[in-house]
Design a protein around this ligand. Sequence first.
Ligand code: PEP
Ligand code: MN
Length: 279
Amino acid sequence: MTVGDTIALGGQVPTIIAGPCAVESRQQILECAHAVKAAGAHLLRGGAFKPRTSPYAFQGLGVEALSLLAEAGRITNLPIVTEVMDPAMVETVAEYAHVLQIGSRNMYNIPLLRAVGNNRPQRPVLLKRGLMATIDEWLLAAEYIMVAGNPQVILCERGVRSFDTGYTRNVLDLSCVPMVQQLTHLPVIVDPSHATGRADLVPIMCCASIAAGASGLMLEVHPNPEAAYSDSRQALTPKQFQDVVRQTSLLATMMSHESAFAREARTSCHYEEVLPGSV
Ligand code: PEP
Ligand code: MN
C-alpha cells in the first residue's frame, strides 16, 4: 500500500509514524515535525480533534490544528496522519491529511466507518483496535470501510483493556500481529505509546513489535514531554525517538536477512541430505 504518494507500507522497512498526541501550537508542531523527520520518521501524526475521556480535558485545536499540521508536513515533506471523529468532518480532514485515523473509541462507530470508506479523494484509513475489541470485531470494522469502497485500511494494535491498570495503561497484544497476518492481507502496525502509557516501556515494546512482524509503528513524540497537554507520560523525547528508529531499523534489517537466509536454506536443502544414514 502506498501512502502519501511515496511511502510504501507493508514492505521490509517498518513505516514510522510519529508526532505529538495533540497539536498544541505552531511552534510545537513545527519543532516536533523537524525532530521526527531528522530522526527518520516517514509520516507525521498529531491530533486536531481529541477523543478525551473527560470533557474538561484539552479537546484539540480543531481545524486550526489541521492547517498547522499541513504546514508542518509541507515544510518537512512528511505526509500527515490525523484522527477524524465525526462523519460530517471526514471531507474536511481528508483535505488536509493523507491518512485518516479512526481512534480506538470509534472503532464501533458504523456511520463513521462508512464515511471514511466513502471519502473523496480517497485516503487510506488507519483503524485502531477498539479498547475491548476482539480480533474478529476489529477485522469486521475494517470490512465496513472496505465494503463502503475503500480498500486501503491499515490496522493498528494499541493495546486492549484488562483488569490490571496499575502499571501499564493497556495490555499490548503482540500475538495479534502474526495472527491478523494469517487472517488478512491488510498491513498491521503497533502503537506502543497508547498500549503502555509509559515512555520508559515504549522503546523495548517497539523492538518487540518489529520482532513480531509489525509493518510499522505509531509513536507519540513531544519536544518537551512534561509540558504536553495530553498523554505526557508516554511521549518520547526527540532523542529517545531517534534511538528507537535506529534500533528498530537494525532489527528489521537483521530480520529480513535472517528470513532471506532461511528461505535460501529451505530451497537449497534437499531432505535426503540432512537425514542421517541416507544414501
Ligand atoms: C491517538 O492516537 O491520539 C489516540 C487517541 O489513540 P487511541 O485511539 O488508540 O486511544
Ligand atoms: Mn495520545
